[in-house]
Design a binder for this molecule. Structure first.
Ligand SMILES: [Fe+2]
Length: 390
């Protein structure tokens, strides 16, 4: 997160004596990224945060690759992913490469008897269905439909859902996720031409502080495995922190689309960046206003990035037969574009209600076994005229 946040109580100076009411010490932790070079926060704990009691074991959660080398466009019916009562078990990676996993999840319940930490990856959760509260050792964030939740690696969290009907689109990124650099000035502040600003980014507002001792299970994900680590103190025992490294929320409904007289390219929709992929938000907006404009996109050759579109809501003008929860995958190396009739249909249209999240990865994506179970194997022929399809 590129701006400073302070929550709870902290001492006047960092790395100085900070006493509890009984005279004993609070324990400081620097929660940093990229060695000591990246963003960090300074935390003050009730107990030393290092008290591992037991490592109960580990199990493998590496995505099971079904297609490793893909040059075929696909559609996946995301809502066909089976719901599961447990949050972690509900997460089904559908696309993967060495930089990221793209995951669909339909958790029916909150994380009750464990805490979770991803040690390798920032997690970007997009809330397609569901409301609730993300609870972290750095404070809590309420969420609802349309929210992105950005959870930096190392954040210990639980997630509470208000009911059983939840749908999440998740990107686990082994590269840090930032807001786009071109929208920030040399101090990191978001500029006037950015489609969102700091006011739209919601910071943790509620810090849970428990000083309990006992047995606390943290499921820690590292290098494709989940380790069951039992700690002797409650993971949410922070009394205060300040700094730049913390989870935050951003609603896709707060993204202000950039429009023009003629068709604007996908980068105007960019919301997040990494050095391995970008995330874009396609939001309801007015169409191009040149009298001769064609609002539908032109065919394009994303020759060096795989394009993943997750359809959230509204009518998807350039595609036929696409519904909410579907994913389209247009692999690098071949052009794609509007479906038959979409260009003609778009002429004269003045606005769109489409809502979608796009992830463009710079390395090719592999398709998992879970993806193949919800795959449309005929989608790659959907650009043919009807009479040419078998
Ligand atoms: Fe595209």
């Amino acid at each position: 997160m590129p701006f400073y946040h302070k929550l709870g109580k902290i001492p006047h100076k960092r790395h100085t004596i900070f006493r509890k009411p009984d005279g004993s010490l609070y324990y400081e932790q620097l929660f940093g990224t990229i060695g000591f070079d990246g963003m960090s926060s300074n935390l003050y704990h009730e107990h030393r945060p290092t008290q591992v009691k037991e490592i109960k074991g580990s199990y493998d959660v590496t995505p099971k690759v079904a297609v490793g080398n893909n040059l075929k466009s696909y559609r996946f019916r995301g809502f066909q992913i089976t719901p599961h009562p447990d949050y972690l078990q509900s997460r089904k990676p559908v696309l993967t490469n060495s930089d990221c996993d793209i995951i669909l999840a339909s958790p029916q319940g909150s994380t009750e008897d464990y805490f979770y930490k991803n040690a390798d990856a920032d997690e970007l959760l997009f809330i397609h269905k569901g409301t609730g509260k993300l609870r972290t050792h750095l404070g809590n964030l309420d969420f609802k439909y349309g929210d992105y939740l950005l959870i930096p690696r190392g954040t210990i969290y639980k997630i509470d859902f208000d009911d059983e009907d939840n749908r999440l689109f998740i990107v686990e990124s082994r590269r840090p996720i930032y807001t786009p650099k071109r929208y920030r000035n040399w101090f990191g502040q978001l500029l006037e031409h950015s489609p969102f600003c700091e006011r739209d980014l919601r910071q943790p507002h509620e810090l849970e502080t428990n000083d309990e001792k006992g047995d606390f299970l943290i499921k820690i994900k590292k290098q494709g495995k989940i380790f069951d680590m039992v700690y002797a103190t409650h993971p949410f025992d922070v009394v205060g922190y300040d700094g730049y490294n913390y989870p935050y929320a951003f609603s896709i409904h707060d993204f202000e689309p950039i429009t023009g007289r003629i068709h604007q390219p996908p980068p105007v929709h960019q919301t997040f960046e990494t050095d391995a992929f970008v995330v874009c938000s396609f939001c309801p907006r007015k169409y191009d206003y040149h009298p001769e404009s064609i609002p539908a996109p032109y065919s394009h050759s994303n020759i060096d990035s795989d394009e993943v579109l997750y359809y959230v809501d509204g009518d998807f003008m350039s595609r036929n037969d696409i519904e909410a929860g579907h994913i389209s995958l247009h692999p690098a190396g071949i052009p794609h574009g509007p479906h038959p009739g979409a260009v003609e249909r778009s002429i004269g249209q003045v606005e769109t209600e489409e809502l979608a999240v796009m992830v463009d990865t710079f390395k090719p994506l592999k398709l998992t076994e879970d993806a193949m179970e919800i795959a449309d194997e005929t989608y790659h022929k959907s650009w043919l005229e009807e009479e040419d399809r078998e």
